[in-house]
Design a binder for this molecule. Structure first.
Ligand SMILES: N[C@@H](CCC(=O)N[C@@H](CS)C(=O)NCC(=O)O)C(=O)O
Length: 214
């Protein structure tokens, strides 16, 4: 039985990007269905797949898994390479993924994901700058300590890269300046075939949501 991902708009749905890019970059096959969010009928359409009423959702036969991090954990049970092999590196990967999942609210609120826009000179506030500083440190320290065997946070592509992929797009959209190692990491992620495919699909989408446009 193959996986099916139910996703929101590719231009805006940061949570949807995580499992999609995780599987795509890891070469794990899946089918997908996009449901445009925050429009007439969106809620009913999403609830047909999950009573939680949020995307992303993973279907695996009669199993439904909702929430981006839960999806990554479920897929990793069948594809363990989604997390680093070393237990200590794996614990760090899970820690930074959880930190992303439950944190950085000021950044997520002010700098909503929008792949079709570029806002040079966008005015940030102190809380957002603190979030950016912390993420910059995470990228630079993780790359330095665990990233010797490849270009990603833990060398090879892992779920941790997928968890941070939406924030990488935010840094591009809002023209955020990072330290050199973090900037290089972001450019690597943006240059992956998966990210290019997701950006192209976002560009081609017909829906525009005013609440995500500045
Ligand atoms: N914690 C959830 C959050 C999911 C979430 O908030 N998804 C948004 C789209 S990015 C959504 O489904 N919004 C539709 C709605 O609330 O009606 C996850 O990680 O999957």
């Amino acid at each position: 039985m193959s996986f099916t991902l139910i996703l929101g708009n590719k231009a805006y749905s940061s949570w949807s990007l995580r499992p999609w890019i995780a599987l795509k970059q890891a070469g794990i096959p899946f089918e997908e269905k996009v449901i445009p969010i925050y429009m007439d009928g969106s809620e009913e359409a999403i609830r047909r797949y999950s009573p939680a009423g949020k995307v992303p959702i993973l279907k695996d036969g009669d199993l439904t898994v909702w929430d981006s991090l839960a999806i990554l954990e479920y897929v990793a049970e069948k594809h363990p390479k989604l997390w680093p092999a070393d237990p200590k590196a794996r614990a760090v990967a899970r820690s930074i993924s959880a930190e992303m999942h439950s944190g950085f609210v000021p950044l997520r609120k002010l700098c909503t994901m929008n792949l079709r826009r570029h806002y040079p000179g966008f005015e940030l506030n102190d809380e957002v700058r603190d979030n950016i500083q912390r993420i910059d440190t995470i990228f630079a320290e993780t790359r330095a300590q665990y990233g010797k065997n490849g270009p990603f946070l833990f060398g090879e592509w892992t779920a941790a890269d997928a968890m941070y992929a939406p924030v990488v797009t935010r840094f591009k959209t809002y023209d955020v300046k990072l330290s050199a190692p973090s900037q290089a990491y972001c450019e690597t992620v943006l240059a992956t075939p998966g990210m290019k495919e997701w950006y192209a699909a976002a560009e081609a989408e017909p829906w525009t949501l005013p609440q995500y446009e500045y």
